[in-house]
Design a binder for this molecule. Structure first.
Ligand SMILES: [Zn+2]
Length: 109
């Protein structure tokens, strides 16, 4: 059973470049967080303009293959949240005998 972590991504550059994105992903590792973000990101998204005078549409394109663990700028352990190898997400209060998964009985590492 692994502790869940909260990863913050910051990619692109909205100060010097045209587009920046940020995202917060809950996962057990940086590798898993990158994979989850890539699965979630649309390739193309039409955004709602502040002011639509003269605007037919505005589309944003995202190159998910350029996103890596280097885009994680901050992360923290989510206290009292675990994920078991069996896939069960467990809070500390739900552990049996203080350290066992209520679904499969594996112990917290
Ligand atoms: Zn389990």
């Amino acid at each position: 059973m692994s502790k869940l972590k909260s990863y913050h991504f910051s990619a692109g550059d909205s100060s010097k470049g045209a587009i920046g994105i940020c995202a917060r992903i809950t996962a057990t590792s940086k590798k898993e967080a990158v994979a989850l973000l890539k699965q979630a990101l649309p390739e193309e998204e039409r955004i709602r303009p502040y002011n639509d005078t003269g605007v037919d549409y505005i589309n944003v394109y995202i190159n998910e293959s350029a996103i890596t663990a280097k885009d994680i700028d901050e992360w923290e352990v989510v206290e009292s949240q675990f994920i078991c190898e069996c896939g069960e997400q467990v809070t500390e209060d739900e552990l049996i005998n203080g350290d066992e998964c209520p679904n499969c009985g594996r112990a917290v590492e």
